[in-house]
Design a protein around this ligand. Sequence first.
Ligand code: ADP
Ligand code: MG
Length: 891
Amino acid sequence: GAPVPKFAYDFTEGNKDLRDLLGGKGANLAEMTNLGLPVPPGFTITSEACRHYLDHGSVPEGLEAEIDEHLTVLERQMGKRLGQPDDPLLVSVRSGAKFSMPGMMETVLNIGLNDESVHGLARQAGNERFAWDSYRRLIQMFGKTVLGIEGEVFEDALDAAKEAKGTTDDLDLDAEDLKRLVKTYKDIVGEHAGRAFPTDPREQMDLAVKAVFESWNAPRAILYRRQERIPADLGTAVNIVAMVFGNMGMDSGTGVAFTRDPASGQSGVYGDYLQNAQGEDVVAGVRNTVPLAELEQIDKKSYDELLQIMETLENHYRDLCDIEFTIERGRLWMLQTRVGKRTAAAAFRIATQLVDQGLIDLDEAVHRVNGEQLAQLMFPRFDESRTDGLERLTQGMNASPGAAVGKAVFTSERAVELAHDGEDVILVRRETTPDDLTGMIAAQGVLTSRGGKTSHAAVVARGMGKTCVCGAEELEIDLKERRFEAPGGVVVEEGDVISIDGGSGAVYLGAVPVVNSPVVEYFEGELAAADGDELVQAVHRLMGHADEQRRLLVRANADNAEDAARARRFGAQGIGLCRTEHMFLGDRRQLVERLILADSAEERQGALDQLAPLQKQDFVEIFEAMDGLPVTVRLIDPPLHEFLPDLTDLSVKVALAGDDADPKDRTLLDAVRRLHEQNPMLGLRGVRLGLVIPGLFAMQVKAIAEAAAERKRAGGDPRPEIMIPLVGAVQELEAIREEALEILTAVKEETGVDVPALIGTMIELPRAALTAGQIAEAAEFFSFGTNDLTQTTWGFSRDDVEASFFGRYLKLGVFGVSPFETLDQEGVGRLMRVAVEEGRRTRPDIKLGICGEHGGDPDSVHFCHDIGLDYVSCSPFRIPVARLEAGRATI
Ligand code: ADP
Ligand code: MG
């Protein structure tokens, strides 16, 4: 018969490779269990069950029975039943999706407590305060998460209880205070949820499971997924875990740790610990944590065991791990681990450190880093030597690198508002919560006064690649007055410009000048790898390996000698796209105007003759910069009216001048009207211009040939490739090709220098892709112009749609990312595959490349590798990214 679906897995049944089904948390709890580490027993309800629940509004058939079964096993193992009055088993109900979404979804602790079992717990633990503290936490978390009551209502009641006691520390509340608080909390539930707090333990658990399922679609979770490009339809798994208690007294506690520094990669003891506390107290910054190293003094045995386990985990996962743990009366329990998030710099450092430790090889190391991280390392940083005149306000923790300058704002709403007006802002908070996500996205950087490198602000900022300084404890932040005070009495009001350095943790008043990154200096050849720091050396090693392994060549999009030279320093192996229209701007616009306005063949030729030497000089310089490497020159592509004045402006000018209007302006206006197009992107441009305006392409081809001849005569090695844009039919290309070949021959005879030039075409119209077999007869190379190919395949006008409705499309999930950013592999990519296959069939040695923006996009580079292109071409600054990704695609 059909296999019975399985919706729940005991921790002993899972493993780390089952993240799709069990989520990251569940899979890794299982992995740790099977490694023999001290994990409280429990089981995981699959993300498949969650998807079913979200699709149908009810749990799948069979789930209830499976939960019963697993719960019975758990109860037997623990020797007590869920919520058993005299000795209750308590559990946590924890979300955990495939991709970590820190703090985005829900978890409820202490499930199983009620008015009876709280006494049982107190007796068993010999600790009344602890039992009532656990109970009030349950009602609070359950009320907020499951019953949807505003968290603040509970917080206020807690604050009031502390105030009545004359304290600000929740540890000063005794059992009697907490009993009263429980009563208050239950009243709050009755009042705000329209129902009593459920006392049946199993009902508590079932409701919590559903609430966790539903938290997948909480607005902040949706926003986070969009930001992080996590698919919307994965759903979350739910983990039911026997409770262990960090709030049993000062010999108990809870903490988080990294196996090495997630900001630098350095090995060492990194983490935060909080005595007599439960769960989220650490991250939430309820009380101040102590550095993990201090645990050695507090509880040496647990500390040693923890360090031992961290080593085990690092060796097992062969990577940096982060960890949640709890100590219950001197006994250590592991509650979570995962391969930890890290900064871009740490990713490079850690990967090479692990190679040196013999844990991974270079192939694996190259896989552990990616192009986006490399791009981040190329961002500028603060110029430390020029901070003199600026006031250094304080020093926080360097939680996420980069240099951010902007106006201080104190709420997420304000951050969003100002960012919307185009202002750079720094979001300043005591600590952030998931509700601050919108503000964090809008801001250039985040500054907090509380919490360590594992705080919400730090974790989320690192994930987003956003600069963050956290735990700047000297700052007195006054959210109500929207200002903070730094040591020495300096007051920063909302709107004052500050600078934060995510690399050092420094905070400055005013705007600090920024400098290039050492990684860029290394790529520029200004800094030898050997003279660089550990990061530069790591980049050097991993790039070296990627270059050795990659099959794809990487070329640059460059239109002038300067860009070409930089691209070459960055590792470009030629130019894949040299646009010639930029060479028609500036002073030369006059000549283009004359060309367009010409009444006769002679006049037209006159204008072309003046343009020719200028063009030639451009090419000479570029060929020189790229000596010995191919340079693909694209003949002029945009519609000519782009070089003329704007129709409306000119009409107004002529109309205003009336009878006194300059006759030249009138002629010009006529021409502008004549050339005006409703839809210029689909109008007279590309090869069509070459066919309609006599001599235009010929002039360009001649300039290329003569420039090449001149370079060759000077001892150079020019390798021109002539590229015809916007071809849709082989007939168009044939006509231009014939003319070009004649010119090449003529120049050869004239100069006595033979410089072979390939002639090829862009593939940027669906028809070109579909008839690539024919087009290849006249083309020695294809270059996929994926900007236009995306426009014409989707029928999207790139200049309009991104601003007008892409936001909506992204929200609707029509696509997860703009097809102009990452290649649409199913649609546009399919056309490319067809063209590659048919082009090669006609001409087996045809050269194939891509020159759209996608050439520097990591996913798109992998696709280009997969379909067998010979090279990608991208802007000079993306070249290292493309090199790295081409290597990663090969290995
Ligand atoms: P998040 O994904 O937001 O970290 P978790 O499910 O990990 O949420 O739980 C929140 C907090 O509660 C963490 O600090 C975790 O260690 C703690 N916690 C979860 N389950 C238990 C348990 N069974 N016993 C003790 N503490 C727990
Ligand atoms: Mg956790």
